[in-house]
Write a protein that binds this ligand. Structure first.
Ligand SMILES: Cc1cc2nc3c(=O)[nH]c(=O)nc-3n(C[C@H](O)[C@H](O)[C@H](O)COP(=O)(O)OP(=O)(O)OC[C@H]3O[C@@H](n4cnc5c(N)ncnc54)[C@H](O)[C@@H]3O)c2cc1C
Length: 470
């Protein structure tokens, strides 16, 4: 855990240092004599600052987007994707401000108020390299606009634009960033010399390295992450567990931790690889196969239920940092809503298989008893050791005396309603408790509030996993 925190701190410091280098280099170049400079130069200087900031943000976005293992391990892919998504519009904003200021600067230099020619010249008038660089950059900006918009619209419309359409559009951003680097080097004389050459070269190196890493990853992906469906186990009326095997061995999954997830795609003869879908690895590290326990909510998750053994899948991962530090955290409190149980299943199985000396209290909200996954296995857990305690909270099905009688031997506690403060107070031992929450967003919000109120735990101390990336 400390290692992770240190790694996170290190990445933040590096990103901040790069930012400082960009701003200081710009300051050294432009601040002396700024006030006395003609308007055209002033506007151009400010435009260049925003150009550099656009490059900087694009590079950070790329570092996050290419899923470098050391970055992913520090922050977790879900958090990185959220951050990556937030940075897209910022790159666009900085690039647009850069263009506006450069246009104003150009207009001032030729004695006009605003020259539209400069902005909308999409085809070169001559073979001059500088003119072609500008034309390429204008197309680059259009591509960035298209790329960011495609990803945003796809997300906001919740899948209305198919992955197959928005993803290639989004990937064109690499061209946009390439032209941004290229045109600045060709056109901006200040970038060719000290001090601005330093941040430019640093950013270009980092970006180039990320591109090479990603290309290499994509070229090897089909070979490194190809798994076969071994079988499907039916858990409940709408939840199933898919087991995958890989004859060559577990590959990157050999170092997985309980609670991590993978991103899977199914291969079809007609369409090739399907859209990617994230699922928690529900079997613990050390098991021969990879499993995911899936609730059928849409086309992909429902299709998995009827998939034939032998179907080829691309399983990428492991990702995520939703894993307790079993050395330091001895009193684990897991709070799950519905299918949000999957990371906890993997953690509890891991604790059992490795006889880890921790106490686990699982409080799990479901609509009805028929929705409970791994019922018998959990019952065996609680009966085998008093370190496990499982509380089922049912929101829709009435818990009758008959039901209590029938389940008396199973070792569970039963509560009616939602996971409220009074349920938590009744079952949780707050001494050195580490809280983990996974479930739908409204449930998480409520549970976080209750934990804060009942146990006075600050929100930063409660670890949570959302089953959506945004
Ligand atoms: C880190 C992580 C781990 C996960 N682990 C599991 C797991 O262990 N088991 C499991 O069953 N699921 C898990 N999920 C959720 C799972 O990835 C999705 O349920 C699945 O990808 C849905 O695909 P689909 O094609 O079946 O459904 P879709 O057709 O894509 O969508 C199903 C439903 O979700 C809605 N939806 C789609 N996109 C969004 C969005 N961006 N925001 C809000 N709603 C949206 C749709 O409107 C629809 O009602 C996990 C998700 C994440 C991010």
């Amino acid at each position: 855990m400390w290692g992770l925190k240190f790694l996170r701190f290190l990445w933040c410091i590096l990103a901040f240092l790069l930012f400082v280098i960009v701003v200081v280099a710009w300051g050294v170049e432009y601040v002396p004599g700024f006030l006395k400079a003609p308007w055209g130069n002033k506007l151009g200087g400010v435009g260049n600052l925003f150009g550099l900031l656009a490059l900087y943000t694009a590079v950070i976005m790329t570092v996050i987007g290419v899923r470098l293992p050391l970055v992913e391990r520090a922050f977790g892919l879900d958090r990185l994707i959220r951050f990556h998504t937030a940075l897209g519009p910022l790159v666009l904003l900085f690039a647009i401000i850069h263009v506006i200021f450069r246009t104003l600067s150009f207009s001032a230099s030729i004695g006009e108020k605003w020259s539209w020619d400069f902005l909308f010249q999409f085809f070169p008038y001559s073979w001059a390299i500088s003119e072609n660089a500008l034309v390429a950059a204008r197309w680059g900006l259009l591509v960035i606009l298209l790329s960011v918009t495609a990803a945003k619209v796809a997300r906001l419309s919740r899948g209305f634009i198919p992955f197959r359409i928005w993803k290639p559009l989004h990937s064109m951003i690499y061209y946009g960033i390439f032209t941004a680097f290229g045109h600045s080097l060709i056109l901006a004389s200040d970038v060719k010399r000290f001090p601005l050459l330093v941040p430019w070269a640093g950013l270009a190196l980092v970006w180039g390295g990320c591109c090479v890493y990603r290309l290499n990853y994509l070229l090897q992906r089909s070979r490194n992450f190809r798994w076969f469906l071994e079988g499907v186990d039916y858990e409940t009326h709408d939840v199933h567990t898919c087991r995958f095997i890989r004859p060559e061995g577990q590959g990157s999954f050999a170092r997985r931790r309980p609670g991590q997830f993978m991103i899977i795609r199914m291969k079809s003869r007609l369409w090739g690889w399907s859209d990617p879908h994230p699922f928690t690895i529900s079997c613990p590290p050390g098991s021969d196969s990879l499993c995911c326990t899936v609730k059928g909510v849409g086309s992909f998750s429902k299709k998995l239920r009827t998939c034939r053994p032998g179907t080829v899948f691309l399983c990428e991962g492991p990702y995520g940092i939703f894993t307790p530090d079993f050395e330091r955290e001895k009193n684990l409190v897991f709070i799950a809503g519905g299918i949000g149980i999957t990371p906890f299943l993997s953690m509890m199985r891991y604790v059992r298989d490795n006889s880890i000396p921790v106490s686990v209290t699982l409080i799990w909200g479901n609509r009805a008893k028929k929705d409970i996954v791994a019922y018998s296995e959990l019952s065996r857990f609680v009966k085998s050791s008093d370190r496990f305690r499982v509380v089922h909270v049912l929101s829709e099905q009435k818990i009758t005396d008959k039901m209590r009688e029938e389940t008396a031997e199973d070792g569970f506690f039963w509560e009616q309603g939602l996971v409220t403060g009074s349920v938590l107070k009744k079952y949780v031992n707050p001494d050195n408790a580490s809280f983990y929450v996974c479930g739908p967003a409204p449930m998480q919000k409520m549970v976080m509030r209750e934990i804060r109120q009942v146990f006075k735990v600050p929100p930063g101390k409660i670890r949570r996993e959302l089953f959506v990336f945004y």
